[in-house]
Design a protein around this ligand. Structure first.
Ligand code: CTP
Length: 220
């Protein structure tokens, strides 16, 4: 970890992929984890940029630079603009894996028969950013997994996406205020708080792990 205060980029919230001008395909995400991370980072005096999705409340901390996105394509553009000048990326956003291949203009009228939509996979933003990640940059992703596969799926995701660490969260904590996550790092190293924490406390715990994540990355 660089001794200076890192410039941190955090993504939070869902993406909404438009079906027409009214409807969308989206993920369940309040954005609270990412917002807590941004507030904690900014509280440490770190230059903090938060890319925040639709339906999420803007943090009141004026020192956080907040940019809004709706779609995964818009998030991709914002990451393209901000990642190069950042030291750390924490990708807490719940990015839709698919988007309708065409947006219907106006509002599609209700019809009696079924409606078929064609969905195209979106870019895996985390994997793409990790490909060009500099040695002095650190990338942390999140993974939502069934509890029995938390460690194995989280670790395969970390390796497949080429990131420095993955915060693996069990599915059944999705609507919970508490976080009971496992942090998976390089060299098969892992860490976890000794008890479930609130999102605010977990944010502080995770940012405290950055020096270890960075050290493990450097020795790969
Ligand atoms: N992610 C991303 N771009 C996508 C999908 C996900 O950058 N198109 C990021 C998320 O922000 C998260 C990590 O990848 O940090 C893992 O997301 P997750 O939904 O758990 O994994 P997926 O790659 O979507 O795989 P699956 O849905 O099969 O579990």
């Amino acid at each position: 970890m660089a001794s200076h205060n890192p410039r941190i980029l955090i993504t939070a919230g869902p993406t909404y992929e438009p079906i027409d001008e009214v409807r969308f395909i989206g993920n369940r995400s309040s954005g609270r984890m990412g917002v807590s991370l941004a507030e904690n980072a900014s509280g440490r005096g770190w230059r903090t940029t938060l890319l925040l999705g639709p339906g999420c409340q803007t943090p009141s901390d004026q020192t956080i630079t907040v940019m809004r996105f709706r779609t995964s394509a818009q998030l991709k553009m914002l990451l393209g603009e901000h990642w190069r000048d950042s030291d750390v990326l924490i990708m807490a956003a719940a990015v839709s894996d698919y988007a309708p291949s065409d947006t219907i203009s106006g509002k599609h009228p209700r019809q009696s028969g079924p409606l078929t939509l064609t969905l195209e996979p979106t870019t895996d933003l985390l994997a793409q950013l990790a490909e060009d990640c500099r040695k002095d940059q650190t990338i942390i992703g999140f993974a939502l997994e069934e509890i029995g596969n938390l460690r194995s799926n989280g670790e395969s995701k970390r390796i497949r996406k080429g990131v420095d660490a993955i915060v693996a969260n069990p599915l059944d904590t999705m609507d919970s205020d508490m976080v009971d996550a496992l942090l998976l790092m390089a060299h098969g190293r892992e860490a976890a708080p000794d008890r479930p924490l609130t999102k605010t406390d977990f944010a502080g715990w995770l940012l405290d792990q950055l020096p270890m994540i960075q050290t493990l990355k450097q020795t790969q």
